[in-house]
Design a protein around this ligand. Structure first.
Ligand SMILES: C[S@@+](CC[C@H](N)C(=O)[O-])C[C@H]1O[C@@H](n2cnc3c(N)ncnc32)[C@H](O)[C@@H]1O
Length: 349
């Protein structure tokens, strides 16, 4: 007799919200920072957090141990290497600020069924996202700096990184990409484009960096010189756009390239659609849960639905270009290098 199926997967999903709540509360309380110097028993931890309820602190700590974010021996809790690297606020790779913001506006999740039904995100959610962007781009800056530094090294290895490059960053956010790319290129010329609410963050990051111009406006409309850039960056922008605008943006980026240039796309591609039934599809989707959920995060708050590698290939081909390389400079951060295809040699009779 086969055992009846249990509700485990349903509970796992329901508990996902509680797990997020635990992480969020721990970050807000400063729990990971309080353990940065070493492990503590719950009563000392509660005192460090100025928390009255020692039992609640002990329970929260046990939950974080069960989630793999703390270790514990039943007496004291301490940071795991993951928490030390990603959840302590002073760490260079810190996701402490991002951890609380990255699911996007909460109203988008509450209204997701209606968004799916109607095909449109509520205006209030969109406004909330716009208002969140300055904080969000600041929060993603440590990770994006690390990604961009890895990309600069990869471009140099491929002879795609001139000593005085011209760089355009469409949707430059915090300016982290430009700051990291230009760090070892004092002769560079760079243009960053973003919306008025976010541009001050880039201005702050890039203060004192020579050769940078920041332009306010829609990256599909701002006037930019065609045929002049060695590198055009599209980092985490395509998935938030509806497919027609995402395609137009990639085509625009290709038009901006000088001969020999490269478009750098950073995104979280979800799996390509399949032409015929694939018995392994469920396993493929399970392996891409992170990318799928980040794509759904876009659907909850923007007109985007995420991007697939097939989308990038097809849009690149429409612009006479092709995917030249895929990089993972930082775990879970995928970067595509897209380059114009060399014209086919003419037939010599
Ligand atoms: C997820 S953030 C990525 C920021 C940056 N590229 C990075 O990777 O750190 C998306 C950025 O695109 C900007 N953005 C969204 N729509 C835009 C538009 N129509 N024109 C220019 N920038 C836009 C947002 O303001 C935000 O800074």
């Amino acid at each position: 007799m086969t055992a009846p199926v249990g509700p485990g997967p349903v509970w796992d999903v329901v508990n996902g919200l509680a797990a997020f709540g635990a992480l969020s509360a721990a970050l807000e309380l400063g729990l990971f920072d309080a353990l940065a110097e070493g492990g503590l028993p719950p009563d000392d931890l509660a005192a460090r957090l100025s928390a009255e309820d020692v039992d609640a602190v002990a329970l929260l700590a046990d939950v974080l141990v069960s989630l793999g974010l703390l270790t514990g021996d039943g007496r004291a809790v301490a940071l795991t290497p993951v928490a030390e690297r990603f959840l302590v606020s002073g760490s260079p790779a810190s996701m402490a600020a991002l951890g609380r913001l990255s699911p996007g506006p909460w109203s988008g999740w509450q209204q997701l069924a209606e968004t799916v039904r109607s095909g449109a995100v509520a205006a209030g959610t969109r406004d909330e996202l716009d208002a969140m962007y300055p904080e969000l781009v600041r929060a993603t800056a440590p990770t994006q700096r690390a990604v961009a530094s890895g990309v600069a090294a990869a471009l140099a290895e491929r002879d795609l990184w001139p000593s005085s490059p011209t760089v355009v960053d469409l949707g430059c956010g915090s300016g982290a990409w430009l700051a990291a790319l230009l760090a070892d290129r004092p002769g560079a010329t760079a243009v960053g484009v973003d919306l008025p609410g976010v541009l001050p963050v880039a201005r702050e990051t890039l203060e004192g960096v020579a050769g940078v111009t920041l332009l306010e406006g829609d990256y599909l409309e701002v006037e930019l010189a065609a045929g002049s850039a060695d590198v055009v960056v599209l980092a985490h922008v395509l998935r938030a756009e509806p497919p027609a605008r995402a395609r137009a943006l990639l085509l625009r980026a290709l038009e901006l390239l000088a001969p020999g240039g490269v478009v750098v796309v950073a995104d979280y591609p979800r799996p390509d659609p399949v032409a015929a039934p694939d018995p392994d599809r469920a396993a493929v989707l399970a392996g891409a849960r992170h990318e799928l959920l980040l794509s759904l995060t876009m659907t909850a708050a923007t007109d985007g639905v995420g991007v697939t590698v097939a989308d990038l290939r097809s849009w690149a081909a429409d612009g006479g270009a092709a995917l030249a390389d895929v990089l993972q400079p930082v775990p879970r951060q995928t970067v595509f290098l897209i380059r114009p295809e060399a014209p086919a040699p003419e037939n010599e009779e």
